[in-house]
Write a protein that binds this ligand. Structure first.
Ligand SMILES: [Zn+2]
Ligand SMILES: [Zn+2]
Length: 293
């Protein structure tokens, strides 16, 4: 049995990577996917623990994607987590996932503009903080004459305090996973919250066309009907099928590790096609690299 979707303390899970591998062993899992939100920080420890426990680690990540509605999470399997460019890119995504404002403020201070979070909060009057309040704080402090000038000189695209859009759009996220040699799988399609299956199907076709490799058909919170629909559409579009619990430990106590569908874990037979696809992606990537010199 396998489980390809779990979280550690590197993101919002409650088990350390070592504890998680220990639990996987107790549950009798042959392979475990560790897929923390926007970070590969737990994978090195998980790899050591998995080797010691005789469990196959499927290194992964779950990237939060910018999307029109619902929750779009992209799983990246077999990403090269030693790749510094990739690790830095996702570290940046994670940092900005929660505190884009803090990043802008730090940049202000680095630029010699003495504005604090308290200054900005005062401008926001207790509401949610955004760039307009940053701009007003710059006006109040006398660094600029107007909010417009604050944007033109500092906050607009290409200016020193500009922090780009935090989340990636679907094509960017898929490309990021592919560049790191990984396989891009849409997590829990249920949470995209399409009003009906036909619309989800059309969207999956579009995603497949831009490079999506697989679909998490088996998921601890999918119903039997949903699972059947997702399996059918995966077959129709030639998408890989994966299975995951989305285990978080005590932060999500109703979801046990290794229990995905009808009280059991995922089928081991799902693993080989996934690994094979990763191998192919990697081979293509290397040939592109050597071709580029
Ligand atoms: Zn998710
Ligand atoms: Zn998850």
């Amino acid at each position: 049995m396998i489980d390809l979707h779990s979280h550690t303390t590197a993101s919002d899970g409650s088990c350390t990577p070592t504890e998680l591998i220990g639990l996987a062993r107790e549950r009798g899992l042959r392979a475990l996917g560790v897929t923390d939100h926007d970070t590969v920080g737990g994978l090195a420890e998980a790899a050591l623990a998995a080797a010691a426990a005789g469990i196959e680690l499927v290194p992964g990540i779950e990237i939060s994607v910018d999307y029109i509605h619902g929750e779009f999470h992209l799983l990246g399997y077999y990403v090269d987590y030693h790749n510094r460019d990739f690790a830095e890119r996702v570290a940046y995504l994670q940092e900005n996932r929660f505190n884009r404002n803090a990043v802008i403020l730090r940049k202000m201070q680095e630029t010699g503009l003495s504005v604090t979070m308290e200054d900005v909060e005062a401008e926001a009057g207790g509401g949610q903080i955004g760039r307009p309040h940053m701009a007003r704080a710059l006006v109040t402090k006398g660094y600029v004459g107007s909010v417009q000038e604050a944007f033109d000189r500092y906050l607009a695209d290409g200016m020193p305090l500009h922090v780009p859009k935090v989340k990636l759009a679907p094509p960017e996220a898929i490309a990021l996973v592919h560049r790191a040699g990984g396989v891009a799988v849409l997590a829990h399609p249920k949470f995209l919250e399409f009003p009906d299956f036909a619309q989800l199907r059309a969207e999956l076709q579009r995603l497949k066309d831009i490079g999506l490799d697989g679909l998490e058909c088996y998921y601890s919170q999918h119903t039997e009907q949903e699972t059947a629909d997702y399996l059918a559409v995966a077959r129709e579009f030639g998408l890989l099928v994966t299975a995951g619990s989305d285990f978080h430990g005590v932060s999500k106590p109703t979801v046990p590790l290794g229990i995905i569908y009808q009280g059991a874990g995922g089928d081991e037979a799902l693993l080989a096609p996934l690994a094979e696809r990763a191998g192919r992606t990697r081979a293509e990537r290397c040939s592109v690299r050597s071709g580029a010199g």
